[in-house]
Design a protein around this ligand. Structure first.
Ligand code: CA
Length: 235
């Protein structure tokens, strides 16, 4: 079943909130609108959203104060917060980030920019991003340093291929459909075609060189990373 990420919009200007809500709904998100902090808290007490869009200037508690409060609360501290600000001043941005916001976006912003930022914070918070190192045979991946090596040699690999490999290595020997990979690796597949997966798998194999054979195509099903592949030795 497809998950429609819940986005809590905390914004006192109805026109802006409505515009954001319409665009989010249109792009596969589930928007919930709260006009100020008290209403927002009520929503949070009921159901936790996947991300919070938080206006800086609100009646009652300011966005920064709310961000600080939600970050301090064990129940809400893991929810990504994207601050919406009309101000372009650097100190305000810093204050927002200091208060615990994951990112900020300056009004006026385009829908595309907003969606890109939301997806980015969702990806950063995704459970697949937890730092670990994984080794399968002579292939090693270290999330902390973003390094992939084969037989001790560091490989050059792009950021998307890295994430893809990370996922495949964590879930080795299992077949993943393109849609599953889009969902798990890209975080959202509203705008991305399944063919994109093939492009990145091709690049991943190229980056892996001799170890590229470990990424198998399972006809009609998807892709699998296997330790059983016949990998040519570079010795
Ligand atoms: Ca406002």
């Amino acid at each position: 079943m497809k998950h429609f990420p819940r986005v809590l919009i905390v914004e006192d200007e109805p026109a802006i909130a409505e515009l954001i809500a319409v665009n989010l709904r249109h792009n596969g998100f589930q928007p919930i609108w709260a006009e100020e902090g008290v209403a927002a808290q009520r929503e949070l007490d009921a159901v936790l959203p996947d991300v919070i869009l938080l206006d800086w200037m609100l009646p009652g508690q300011s966005g920064v104060a709310l961000a600080r409060r939600w970050r301090a609360d064990a129940r809400t501290k893991g929810i990504p917060i994207l601050m919406l600000t009309a101000r372009g001043d650097e100190p305000d941005k810093v204050a927002g980030l200091d208060a615990g916001a994951d990112d900020y976006i300056t009004k006026p912003f385009s829908t595309q920019e907003l969606l890109a930022r939301i997806r980015a914070v969702l990806r950063r918070r995704a459970p697949e991003q937890v730092d670990v190192s994984i080794t399968i045979g002579a292939l090693a991946l270290d999330s902390a340093t973003h390094r992939v090596s084969w037989q001790g040699q560091v490989l050059k690999i792009g950021p998307t291929e890295f994430k893809l490999l990370n996922y495949l290595m964590k879930h080795r020997e299992r077949v993943h459909s393109r849609a599953q990979l889009l969902d798990k690796v890209w975080g959202d597949h509203v705008f991305i075609e399944e063919r994109t997966v093939d492009v990145h798998v091709k690049r991943l194999r190229e980056a892996l060189g001799a170890a590229g054979a470990m990424v198998e195509t399972v006809r009609g099903a998807g892709y699998r990373l296997t330790a059983q592949a016949q990998v040519a030795s570079q010795a």
